[in-house]
Design a protein around this ligand. Sequence first.
Ligand SMILES: Cc1ncc(COP(=O)(O)O)c(C=O)c1O
Length: 437
Amino acid sequence: MRLAGECAPMTATHTWGSPAFRPLPVRLAQDGALLEDASMRHPDTLSETPTPKVAEPTATSRRALLRGLGMASVGAAALAAGCARTEAVAAPTPAPAAPAADKSMAIMGANESPFGPSKKAVAAMIEKASMTARYADGEGEELKAQIAKIEGVAPDQVFLANGSAPILSAFGEMISMKGKGQLVTSEATYEGVPRTVKQYEAELIMTPLTADFRIDLDAMLKKVSSKTTATYVCNPNNPTGNMVDPVKLKAFAIEASKTAPCFIDEAYLHLCDDYDANVMTGLIREGHNVVICRTFSKIYGMAGQRLGYGIAQPELARTIAMTTRGGGINHAGIVAAMASISDADFVPTMRPRFKAGRERLFKIAKDLGRPIAADPQASFVFFDVGMPHKDFADKMKAEGVRVVGRTWPGFDTWTRICVGEDWEMDRCEAALKKVLA
Ligand SMILES: Cc1ncc(COP(=O)(O)O)c(C=O)c1O
């Protein structure tokens, strides 16, 4: 196996070692949701009314707890400890007891984990809370070394970010080259990179899905030219949930990366049935100009905590890291990520829970006779609800189920619903039967 220091020289036309790119101010798009997130909200929650701030909430939502176990408990512990001086902390503050679940709304819209983070991650964040007074450079290097060891690459091929979204936008910014870049990707895919490319007024080429609603790699490859500055493949794809054939993806990435970096977004890869057959880090070990992006937001249940990482050839890794990092990476997230990785049972326990959930959702939609993207492999299903998605979302909300608050160009009557806890799934099933009857 070839490690980073021994990588073959890159054959790509476009290499990246140039100074960091200056971000443009965020602006609203003419055409709706893609650029609507000037408020910095997650795109999947854009059309939802923000929760009003109340002084004394009568009930703490279960999902708020799961989110809050990231920073709220850390924040509480840190505050209790005085935070600024580590020696003031004699013993870790115990985790707060879980409040009763708020079942007023089933939350099935934003591809978060309903099952929460690893208990080891929560314990580690609480234990290390007072360390958040310090920048996390040392721990960041440690996490990078751990990831590098797992992936069989060198630490200088790994870079961290506060979630993977900053990596997607930094990459999009980098390949846009002041409006002259060109991204080749698919329609109905995750918008992190395409959105930034549009924002920077570079060219965006999106090929149609295949007849079975998969990313069409052949069509994408035909669009790659000397003008192309990157390709982007999300696998499993969001929102369709399905995957491309791994042999085809490898061949595509090798060919496309001769021209420009091929970015493979593996945010949901740990959820799929056959991780080993589909993981693409081997391409980086072989020296290809490929970027792999991962996140602790999905199977690891840390969406609110914010920790993502990328793997690339060293020069490109350095450049993306420079564009992404800003003031550094959040300390609690790094600590939680390391604890999550060390929790060997966590992924094997979570994977079947997500699988059972997506299979149940798939069967419900199928039994209702809805056209649906086949073979979902992530935490959600994508199907045609036969009415404008906004009407559908409103009707589901009236039944106590929140689904995604937006749609994808060309799929105006389609929606994406993600796995919830058992009571959420029960309510969703009843609501779907009523709304789609
Ligand atoms: C495919 C994909 N990539 C990246 C992200 C960004 O996730 P995060 O910034 O939480 O890591 C998401 C979020 O939903 C996603 O679906």
